[in-house]
Design a protein. Structure first.
Length: 585
């Protein structure tokens, strides 16, 4: 009982603040009114269909998100998501990491790093009954765990009989629901374009998670298939994949408070964890994980000197280790100065009192109580009394927890779904839908372009501009912008990409969308579903968003498509790609 109350208390974190939530596409009709009120012009129902625009243009790279931006399989994602492929093709003599890369023709495009994939989600099917429906209620933990694994593997095996597909059975709401996700897996992926490191990673690890930011974090791949249109291994005879639809790229004005929406594959969040779990994560796990990554970086730097071929091969690994180390340190710092732990504990104490339940139950009425005693099970199942709902939600869980001999993983698979039932029922009473913790499946978040006040007396504007690059320029990595770029800025050669209010080219912008790791490269849409940016980072204050959402401080960072297009046009001469894309001004 105590454990259940502790877990249920996490629901308060869901008090669905304005822009909170990483929503499954099929939930879009449930929040249609919020989306419309925020400014969405598309039909919210269309967002629930994976075979329709714009969702069928959003793809996964397996760890990052991307999107199709041409009818010939051109894919845009973050520079740091393509970093491994840029590194794979680099040598000391042809250092594409340092200098950038541009293929002017299909024949010049380079194979991506081994194992690279483009995954296109074609269907998401509820298979909860097939996974857990036949498991006996009295099954012990080990048995339950094995049965679930066997059922999931059987569903995946059947799904993957279709050639060229990658399937998975993913858990939602901690095992309350299971969905079979079927993705077309394209194996021939090629590097098309990446800006110079001093553009794509301007600011390096110093600016990581920071604002203001001036990073051109974008790159391009292309997906190839066999002449029959089906996935195939790399071959010179393969042809560009032709997606059902692709995104229009916007070079239009974008202002503070404008509607934005992100579709992508966020990795993991932990917003339903208990106070004890939170305390362990921030006081023990993250400090140990940070130290481990710092030690590994020291070993690599010692054994692979800077400038060596070995260091080039390790650059992607170093970047990842550094990113996580900084992430963990920021997590620890924010936790220490926040009231997150106190709020978790207070919420558990408040919920343990379930006041709402007593105000929404007739259990205190003798006549009603006696009538229930005589009612059959079917009648009780239809009764929406809060106390009965709670009793139904907790019964199996309580029984399971009394059997200490059950295996730990099996226990989790049994009681966590029950907790989620209670959370969902509690939220339903308040008229609020519930989003599931991120699990690398396709999700949609929405919000607005908005600045932030990180400290008293300090305000961050929502846009940065190219003049900020000049202000940061030092001539040394990571603030060594290309000389030609500095010249373009000095001469105000902005072309079609100038913002009338900024009187400059915007580089990055902030928004309130709710995102996490795995969202890197996610397309950012305006109200019409046009591509206005790529999400690539969050601010330091929002790092703790994996655990706790604070709408006043949570901000995601996007590279503005106008900056991407400006660099491609005026610095890199990527006119062939600009001509291939559908750009609206």
């Amino acid at each position: 009982m105590k454990r259940l109350l502790i877990a249920v208390s996490a629901l308060a974190a869901l008090a669905a603040q304005a822009d909170e939530g990483m929503w499954q596409p099929h939930q879009m009709p449930q929040i249609a009114s919020q989306l419309k009120a925020k400014g969405l012009e598309l039909d919210p129902n269309s967002l629930s269909s994976l075979d329709k625009f714009p969702m069928n243009a959003v793809i996964s790279l397996g760890g990052c998100t991307a999107s199709f931006v041409s009818p010939k399989g051109l894919v845009v994602t973050n520079h740091h998501c393509a970093y491994g492929s840029i590194q794979f093709n680099s040598t000391p003599e042809a250092n594409y990491l340092q200098d950038g890369f541009l293929a002017k023709t299909y024949g010049e495009e380079l194979p991506a790093a081994p194992g690279s994939r483009v995954y296109i989600t074609e269907s998401v099917t509820n298979v909860t009954d097939q996974v857990v429906g036949a498991i006996p209620a009295n099954a012990d933990g080990a048995t339950r765990y094995q049965l679930i694994e066997d059922n999931r593997k059987a569903l995946v095996a059947e799904c993957e009989k279709a050639d060229g597909y990658h399937c998975s059975v993913q858990s939602f709401h901690h095992g309350l629901e299971y969905y079979l996700v079927k993705k077309l897996a394209i194996r021939d992926v090629r590097l098309v374009h990446a800006p110079a490191l001093s553009v794509g990673k301007f600011g390096g690890s110093i600016d990581n998670w920071m604002w203001p930011r001036h990073t051109g974090d974008y790159a391009f791949y292309r997906a190839y298939v066999g002449k029959d249109g089906k996935p195939a291994d790399y071959s010179k005879d393969n042809v560009p994949f032709e997606p059902v639809s692709h995104l229009t790229v916007s070079a239009k004005e974008l202002d503070e408070d404008d509607f934005v929406m992100v579709a992508g594959y966020p990795g993991r969040t932990n917003r339903y964890r208990t106070a004890d779990e939170v305390k362990y994560a921030f006081t023990e796990f993250y400090p140990m994980a940070k130290t481990l990554r710092e030690d590994l970086m020291d070993i690599i730097k010692t054994t692979a000197p800077e400038g060596s071929d070995a260091r080039i091969r390790y650059e992607n690994t170093l970047a990842g280790l550094d990113n996580y180390a900084k992430n963990y340190q920021s997590m620890i710092d924010i936790y220490a100065k926040s009231d997150f732990q106190q709020r978790k504990e207070a919420l558990e104490a408040d919920l343990a009192k379930l006041d709402a339940m007593y105000s929404n139950t007739k259990v205190g009425d003798e006549a009603t109580r006696l009538a229930w005693m005589e009612a059959d099970l079917a009648t009780l199942e239809k009764t929406d009394d809060a106390m009965l709902e709670f009793a139904k939600a907790m019964h199996d869980t309580t029984m399971a927890m009394e059997k200490e001999e059950k295996a730990h993983d099996g226990e989790l698979q049994k009681w966590r779904p029950r907790h989620m039932q209670a959370l969902i029922a509690y939220a339903k009473e308040q008229g609020k839908p519930i989003y599931a913790d991120a699990n690398s499946s396709l999700r949609i978040s929405y919000g607005s372009v908005k600045g932030v006040e990180p400290r008293d007396g300090m305000y961050y504007t929502p846009f940065t501009k190219v003049e900020g690059i000049v202000q940061k320029e030092s001539g040394e990595w990571p603030f060594n912008a290309p000389a030609e770029q500095l010249k373009l800025i000095a001469e105000k050669q902005y072309g079609k990409f100038v913002d009338s209010q900024l009187q400059s080219v915007p580089v990055n912008y902030l928004s309130t969308v709710d995102t996490t790791g795995g969202n890197s490269g996610s397309p950012t849409f305006n109200s019409k579903g046009e591509l206005i940016g790529l999400l690539f980072d969050g601010t330091t204050d929002s790092i703790i968003g994996d655990w706790d959402f604070d709408e006043t401080r949570n901000r995601s960072i996007h590279v503005d498509t106008r900056y991407m297009l400006w660099v491609m046009k005026h610095l890199d001469g990527a006119d062939n790609l600009l001509d291939e894309m559908n750009i609206v001004y």
